[in-house]
Design a protein around this ligand. Structure first.
Ligand SMILES: [Zn+2]
Length: 281
């Protein structure tokens, strides 16, 4: 199922391709004997990883959450990730799913790693311009500042062309702390993957959709201690997962993951053995 109704809202998955990334990196200290029971690696130990974007239609607004990796990866990076040579523009992928990319008036980035905001801009004649010209873009100020710190640990994840031209033109708003973007749609800080990553919720008619982004990158990560090696703050990630997955289970939320390559939407349930498990919709 790639669309769900949430009260007066509709939410659709736009999976902008699937890439392959090291399974060990995705599961950190979890032994391969365990994680390989959930997801099959290829001959280079890579697992399939979706670039998941979600469209939230509120009636008044069309909100795109995340924009995938875009068209700025070089050939070597694409080969490493087992990606095709040509990238279909995200707006074409959205149109192919039956939605009007021109209708998008808000774009939200949960954080600024290249695989979440690469499609914010497109390159033309060497400079980057907004891929969604009508849209107001939003991300967390703390994350943007962190991106500019260019720390040795995670600087490979950031590319200024994905966000700085939008900040300079005034099209991207840097938000301080949690905020309600439009009535019912909220961005809230969920530290762990990094310091300022945001979880996005859409609530209408007593129902809730929650985009967990890289706090829970795939359905296999609903076990709170299955933390990727690339998370900067693993202990906080475990805490944030208990908080968000607990709320999701209690509220019967519909959840979306940042990178699951098959599950579009899932419900979270309590599990006596692993704390949480999931039921795909
Ligand atoms: Zn990611």
């Amino acid at each position: 199922m790639s669309s769900v109704v949430i009260g007066d809202f509709a939410v659709s998955l736009i999976r902008h391709g699937v890439h392959w990334w090291d399974g060990g990196a995705f599961f950190g200290v979890v032994p391969k004997t365990l994680w390989s029971q959930k997801v099959q690696p290829d001959e280079l130990n890579r697992i399939p990883v979706g670039f998941n974007c979600y469209l939230i239609h509120t009636g008044g607004h069309t909100i795109l959450v995340e924009t995938g990796a875009g068209d700025k990866l070089d050939e070597r990076a694409r080969e490493r990730m087992k990606l095709a040579g040509r990238v279909e523009p995200l707006s074409e992928a959205i149109a192919r799913e039956g939605f009007d990319p021109e209708a998008i008036d808000i774009v939200i980035n949960s954080h600024l790693h290249f695989d979440h905001c690469g499609g914010n801009t497109v390159l033309s004649h060497g400079s980057a311009r907004a891929a969604f010209p009508r849209a107001r873009y939003l991300t967390a100020r703390g994350e943007w500042e962190h991106a500019h710190e260019r720390l040795l640990r995670d600087r490979v994840s950031y590319l200024n062309a994905n966000y700085d031209p939008l900040v300079e033109s005034g099209q991207m708003t840097l938000i301080d702390g949690d905020c309600e973007v439009v009535p019912g749609v909220r961005m809230r800080r969920a530290p762990g993957h990094n310091r300022d990553m945001m979880v996005i919720t859409a609530e209408s008619g007593g129902r809730t959709f929650c985009f967990l982004s890289d706090l829970v990158p795939t359905a296999a990560h609903v076990q709170p201690t299955w933390i990727p090696a690339f998370d900067l703050y693993p202990l906080e990630a475990i805490e944030s997962r208990f908080q968000w997955l607990g709320a999701a289970a209690k509220g019967d939320w519909v959840c979306g993951f940042g990178h699951d390559s098959t599950v579009a939407f899932a419900r979270i349930t309590d599990d006596p053995k692993t704390h949480f498990s999931f039921v795909p919709l």
